[in-house]
Design a protein around this ligand. Structure first.
Ligand code: LP5
Ligand code: MN
Length: 242
């Protein structure tokens, strides 16, 4: 039975070639048999704008996804906090269709709600304030109007600041807030599954709310291994590979 596959948080970059090799292995092997592949954000370490598509690294990643899409496997992409500037040009070049965050879909007889997951980290107020600013269309247009090299330099500086702030933020505020999770699943009438990444805390959490049941699956990052969630009519399974 063809499975639907979910991945997120690969953080691809030239300095981690093993992770890129794992992705190519995954796309040429496991993903070939997939019914659909969902990439739920943070595919790249960061994405500075679609004009970076001419970079050989981006070209290579794009081509690998395009080959899978051209072979008949639909690929859906949802923005993460690292690659929300990924746009239509990238979507066309890679054969990926961009989905809104969150999106509810019906598959394998289940109602499945997908998100990158950062919208659920509502205790991280500094991040949420930053997120609101950079998700603004006008802010993005102004940012993208700057030369690519300047944008990259600003992002590198922001990455440093983010890492230093993360090192002093209490662990708990960087996880999802349960009230935010409940509010989201109520908004979508208690889906059977909620699948997201972002927190790098892979797991399966059973939630009962208003007498209804939702299973929350948190995807693993690709820091040391490859990882995907596999959904079939029979259920959900998290797989890690090296
Ligand atoms: O990514 P991760 O998991 O390590 O950390 C996130 C939050 N950090 C971020 C920042 C990204 O890592 C940086 C790369 C983004 C590339 C996008 C390109 C376009 C933007 C360019 C802007 C110059 O998302 C981190 C969370 C963590 O997840 C857990 O949820 O805690 O959040 C932060 O650390 C953010 C700080 O708390 C607040 C930073 C404010 C900086 C304001 C600078 C001004 C920028 C201009 C805004 C208008
Ligand atoms: Mn993320």
């Amino acid at each position: 039975m063809a499975a639907t596959l979910f991945i997120s948080d690969l953080h691809l970059c030239t300095s981690r070639p093993l992770i890129t090799a794992l992705l190519f292995k995954f796309l040429q092997d496991t993903a070939q048999q997939a019914r659909t592949l969902y990439v739920l954000g943070d595919l790249f370490e960061y994405w500075a704008g679609d004009d970076d598509l001419s970079d050989p690294f981006s070209t290579q990643i794009c081509a690998a996804f395009k080959q899978l899409a051209d072979g008949g496997v639909p690929i859906m992409f949802m923005h993460g906090n690292r690659d929300f500037l990924l746009g239509e040009k990238f979507s066309r070049a890679s054969g990926m269709k961009i989905l809104d965050d969150p999106t509810l879909l019906e598959m394998h007889g289940r109602r499945v709600l997908l998100s990158h997951g950062d919208i659920l980290c509502t205790d991280d107020t500094a991040y949420q304030k930053f997120r609101e600013q950079v998700r603004d269309t006008q802010w993005q247009a102004n940012f993208l109007a700057q030369p690519l090299a300047d944008r990259k330099a600003q992002i590198e500086a922001l990455r440093k600041r983010s890492e230093s702030e993360k090192s002093i933020k209490p662990e708990a505020i960087m996880d999802v807030n349960m009230d935010a999770v409940i509010a989201l699943i109520r908004k979508f009438n208690h889906p059977d599954l909620l699948i997201h990444g972002h927190t790098h805390r892979p797991g399966k959490h059973e939630i009962t709310d208003q007498g209804k049941h939702t299973t929350r699956h948190v995807l693993a990052d690709w820091h040391t291994n490859g990882s995907y969630l596999r959904l079939t009519d029979d259920g959900c399974e998290a797989v890690t590979f090296a």
